[in-house]
Design a protein around this ligand. Structure first.
Ligand code: NAX
Ligand code: K
Length: 583
């Protein structure tokens, strides 16, 4: 499991270490410098290993000479190393963006290592005050210093363009909100230049985080310079796992600076507190707090129910699927295929006869009849419920309302029954009338989540959900009681006391029907551990994250780098599971 710590948790962890005299900054700076040196040394002379520059002018290098604005003379000094071989970093150029705090300190000390190795290093100080010792050491090592206040932003941008590597050390975990001027203006100009430059941009390394992202929530509320690599210290930060920030953080390198291993989850138990369903019922103080995790293959293997010699189809779990209509029959095929391929003991299908026939043609092992079920998959391919339109022609809404009663165990005013986990997708998301238990997993995409939240009294649209996914997923979890899984390039899951951000699927997975397959896979997982899921309110979120990982890996396998059809994702699931379970 990858565990991301909030900025507060990082501070709490570092305090005793700093008090004990542990050289955290020295460790961070050394590791940062090593990451830069590795990259620069791997570059063929005159080009980036993966983003080779199209034109690399040769010319006279006046190493270290400065122009009138204090920046390396861009007219006189040509980019790249004019001499040396692969592995030799001498003469390579680094531009450091240095902010006022310890993030800038890390960057200056890293600059010391780079300068000592013969690189030409220039620090642009974005603030009037910077880390004193770092600055003194940097100057002593021969680093050049430019104050942003004395330089023009276009000259800094030009200097960046001519560098081999760019270090973003403006703010780290001490950041509050979007980047303010002048750092914000500089980063906006650099981000624009990077966009325009395409491949011809220096390798960009974010120090601890890309400056300007929300450390705890991954929000990108202002200018941020996308990084090729983020070298982060002590622990991952939620913003490095969560969209949209995670999509611009590049490769993440975690540096051990001596933090203790992650403690238990007791400290954030408050996030598990649930409040009554209602328009203004959310405890907003809980939102945004807590740890974010990313499940890894080993975690999934430990969670996946595997059959033993004494198991039979009922002990392994029966999934009931209510999906598809005569207009959208394919969703029924995809959801049942996902469930079958994920290893359900049995899959039942309930729906219009014509759709059931199609399901049987694709998957003869599906039982098209009612009966015992241990988890439901409700809603793929079912149209949103509109009470004014009267009873639905296919009867799917009626069936789903019935199944939803079994999920909560409240069958009627005076009759209660067994409680059952469920995946609630697509059309079924419009049929929620009561507060739900955590073993009900809602699986909306961003547009559906926005509509659900609007129904709960929030003014939010799809773009808002995409801009602050963790916030809105947590809000929906707290408002409905259900575990919420927001589908996307990075899928975010929130349940009692926990949040997961899974980035397992290739971009090709964004294709019609992929979500129906996911619903089926998750249905099988919930059915396989049905009794435990209703006992342990944290289990549904873990199983949801596990299903996302398996689905994403199956999509990657089916895609093999090219387009993928949803049904092929389902077909790839057994091989993915076999691999995960054998490791
Ligand atoms: N946690 C760890 O183990 C370690 C942390 N270290 C570094 O220390 C950093 C944290 O240092 P600090 O607490 O000094 O904080 P930062 O360096 O992250 O920045 C705080 C400073 O930035 C300014 N600032 C905050 N928000 C801003 C905004 N939106 N726009 C412009 N300026 C803004 C503040 O005025 C403050 O002066 C970490 O990110 C990391 O780089 C390392 O030195 C060593 C190890
Ligand atoms: K930074």
């Amino acid at each position: 499991m990858k565990d991301a710590w909030s900025a507060d948790e990082v501070r709490k962890a570092e305090e005793p270490l700093i008090a004990a005299g542990e050289p955290l900054m020295a460790r961070a700076a050394y590791a940062l410098a090593q990451a830069v040196l590795r990259e620069v040394a791997a570059r063929p002379v005159g080009g980036h290993p993966t983003r080779r520059r199209a034109v690399r002018p040769s010319g006279v290098r006046l190493r270290g000479s400065l122009g009138s604005d204090g920046l390396p003379g861009t007219a006189r000094v040509r980019p790249g190393r004019s001499a040396g071989t692969r592995g030799d970093v001498r003469g390579a150029r680094a531009l450091l963006l240095v902010g006022p705090g310890n993030n800038g300190g890390d960057t200056l000390f890293a600059g010391v290592h780079l300068a000592r190795r013969g690189m030409t290093v220039t620090a642009v100080l974005a603030s009037s005050r910077v880390h004193d010792e770092g600055l003194a050491a940097f100057e002593a090592a021969g680093g050049h210093v430019v104050k942003l206040a004395d330089a023009r932003v276009p000259s800094v941008v030009q200097s960046a363009r001519m560098s081999d590597v760019l270090l973003d050390g403006l703010v780290g975990v001490g950041a509050r909100g979007a980047l303010r001027p002048p750092a914000g203006g500089l980063v906006r100009a650099l981000a624009d230049a990077r966009e325009a430059a395409g491949e011809r941009w220096p390798y960009t390394v974010a120090v601890d985080i890309p400056s300007g992202i929300g450390v705890d929530d991954g929000v990108v509320g202002g200018p941020v310079l996308p990084a090729d690599r983020t070298v982060t210290f002590g622990a991952l930060k939620p913003g490095l796992l969560l969209p949209p920030a995670a999509l611009i953080a590049g490769e993440i390198e975690l540096v051990d600076v001596g933090f203790p291993t992650p403690s238990g989850s007791d400290q954030w138990a408050s996030a598990a507190q649930r409040v009554a369903l209602g328009r203004h019922s959310m405890g907003s103080t809980d939102i945004g707090s807590g740890r974010v995790q990313r499940m890894e293959p080993g975690d999934v293997a430990a969670l996946w129910p595997t059959p033993g010699a004494r198991d039979h189809k009922y002990t392994r779990g029966v999934v009931g699927v209510i999906a598809g209509t005569s207009t959208y029959p394919g969703a029924a095929v995809l959801a049942t295929s996902g469930a079958v391929r994920a290893g359900a003991g049995m899959v039942r299908y309930l729906g219009p006869e014509a759709v059931g026939t199609r399901v049987l043609l694709a998957r003869p092992e599906v039982v098209v009849a009612g009966g015992r079920v241990q988890a439901w998959v409700l809603g793929p391919g079912v149209t949103p419920f509109d009470p004014e339109e009267g009873p639905d022609a296919d009867g799917q809404a009626r069936r789903i309302f019935g199944a939803l009663a079994a999920v909560t165990g409240v069958l009627s005013e005076d009759v209660t029954g067994g409680k059952m986990p469920a995946v609630i997708d697509a059309g079924a998301l419009t049929m929620l009338e009561h507060r739900l238990p955590a073993w009900a997993v809602l699986t909306p995409h961003a547009g559906e989540l926005a509509e659900l939240l609007q129904g709960l009294g929030h003014e939010v649209d799809r773009a808002d959900v995409e801009a602050r996914p963790l916030h809105w997923v947590r809000t929906a979890h707290q408002a409905t009681g259900a575990t919420v899984l927001l589908k996307g390039a990075i899928t975010v899951v929130a349940g009692p006391g926990a949040a997961y951000a899974q980035a397992d699927a290739p971009a090709w997975t964004a294709t019609a029907g992929a979500g129906d397959v996911l619903a089926g896979i998750l249905g099988t997982l919930l059915a396989g551990r049905s009794a435990e899921v209703v006992q342990d309110e944290t289990l549904a979120a873990r199983l949801a994250a596990a299903a996302v990982l398996v689905h994403g890996r199956a999509a990657a396998r089916a895609s093999a780098g090219g387009p993928v059809a949803a049904l092929e994702i389902a077909h790839a699931v057994p091989a993915v599971l076999a691999e995960l379970l054998s490791d």
